[in-house]
Design a protein around this ligand. Structure first.
Ligand code: CTP
Length: 402
């Protein structure tokens, strides 16, 4: 979001405190945030806290001579790349739906030539009232974007829809709204596998691979940010689900395959999971005990299904199927062989020999192996690998890349 500018209109509601978190997250991502506070909003958050977090002057009055000479209200609403209303009260929704402009917030909303994103927050009955629902339809028809409201307990003690979306959800919606059209995956579906699988030996023991899941989660996050409806199928890892991603947790390779098949069709699938190639032939129902003097139990292993290769032959094969190769030697040559063997379209190859620190670390160095060649990417954060891969996928699905 570096270089992007957001005009945040804070309406008067108890959820206004979450808007402070929205500002902080946007600033962390490099965006500029200017805020307008309605007079009701000033009852919930102070201009000083908003100014301190945004590092910008806070705008409050329509007829302030100094504001008008520094930046008129028309320019204020147009200098931004996106106008966000959070919390969007029933009053602010009604004003914009009906074209009212009697304070700085409503005037800026009417004067802007940019997209508007609203995060409604109000009492459940106010939200469900036919007038609010009518305004919602009008605003949607006018092209206004919405995030939330969510169901939940409200500050007023009632339960139901009307809670403002969480800061992370609002920021994810802002990112989707700001994304350049050529990088957008809006309307597309994505499937990502991540983490290890664990194959039980008995109720307390398993065999499995090493995998932190960080790269797969970062890719799912980036695909969702780009607007793809994303399902992440994850083996056991200690990472929270990225905002806006549907997370399905699995343990074994067979569960991972079943979950992948249930998530089809998908336009793109990125298989980063470190699937265990073998599983114990039988998993004991109770813990295998260590008998004094007895030999260690012999393990008989059987082969697990290959999730990637199965999807490659599937009647609902994703249009773009991407495998990962974690290699310790001959990284690119092995990836090229794997591309053929698995029947996928690209292999993202990374060198995981212990000296690289990639396993479990935050950085990665990858090579994108396609049927037409190899791209060597420099070392970067796993989140950056995710963002670049999402951009590369958007270009491919839109027919602009080899
Ligand atoms: N993969 C899979 N199902 C398996 C094994 C692997 O979907 N049972 C996928 C991984 O998610 C990854 C790709 O296949 O996208 C390559 O995984 P890797 O373990 O490197 O491949 P293997 O076929 O196991 O090859 P190797 O002989 O190097 O172990």
């Amino acid at each position: 979001m570096r270089g992007k500018s957001v005009l945040l209109i804070i309406g008067g509601g108890i959820a206004a405190y979450k808007s402070l978190e929205v500002i902080r997250r946007l600033k962390d991502r490099g965006a500029t945030v200017r805020a307008i506070l309605t007079s009701a909003a000033r009852e919930f958050v102070t201009p000083l806290s908003v100014a301190s977090l945004s590092g910008e002057k806070v705008f409050q009055d329509l007829f302030s001579l100094t504001d008008e000479s520094e930046m008129g209200h028309i320019q204020l609403s147009r200098a931004a790349d996106l106008v966000v209303v959070a919390p969007a009260t029933a009053d602010l929704m009604s004003k914009l739906a009906n074209g009212a402009a009697n304070d700085l917030a409503s005037t800026a909303l009417l004067a802007t030539d940019k997209k508007v994103l609203m995060a409604p927050a109000m009492n459940v009955r106010m939200w469900q009232h036919p007038a609010t629902q009518r305004n919602l339809r009008t605003l949607k028809n006018d092209g206004v974007l919405f995030v939330g409201p969510n169901d939940g307990e409200m500050a007023c003690g009632e339960f139901g829809p009307g809670r403002m979306a969480e800061a992370a959800e609002i920021v994810a919606a802002i990112e989707r709204a700001l994304i350049a059209p050529e990088l957008s995956l809006a309307g597309m579906t994505a499937l990502v596998t991540a983490g290890p699988t664990q194959e039980p030996l008995d109720p307390v023991r398993f065999i499995g691979n090493r995998s932190s899941g960080k790269q797969g989660y970062a890719i799912a996050d980036a695909l969702a940010r780009a607007g793809a409806q994303t399902t992440l199928i994850s083996g056991p890892v200690e990472i929270a689900a990225p905002a806006g991603v549907r997370l399905l947790r699995v343990t074994t390779a067979r569960e991972m395959l079943a979950a992948c098949e249930s998530a089809l069709p998908a336009d793109v699938a990125v298989m980063t999971a470190a699937v265990a190639d073998w599983r114990p032939d039988v998993a004991a129902n109770s813990k295998i005990k260590k008998e004094k003097g007895a030999a260690a139990p012999a393990l008989k292993l059987v082969e697990n299904p290959d999730v990637l290769a199965t999807l490659a032959k599937h009647e609902m094969r994703p249009q773009l199927l991407i495998g990962f190769a974690a290699e310790t030697d001959n990284v690119v040559a092995n990836a090229q062989a794997k591309l053929q063997k698995k029947g996928c379209d690209w292999i993202v190859a990374n060198d995981v020999s212990p000296a690289t620190g990639i396993m479990g670390g935050d950085r990665n160095t990858v090579h994108i192996v396609t049927r037409s060649g190899v791209e060597d990417w420099p070392e970067m954060d796993k989140s950056e690998v995710g963002a670049r891969l999402a951009a590369r996928i958007a270009a491919q699905l839109k027919g602009k890349a080899a």
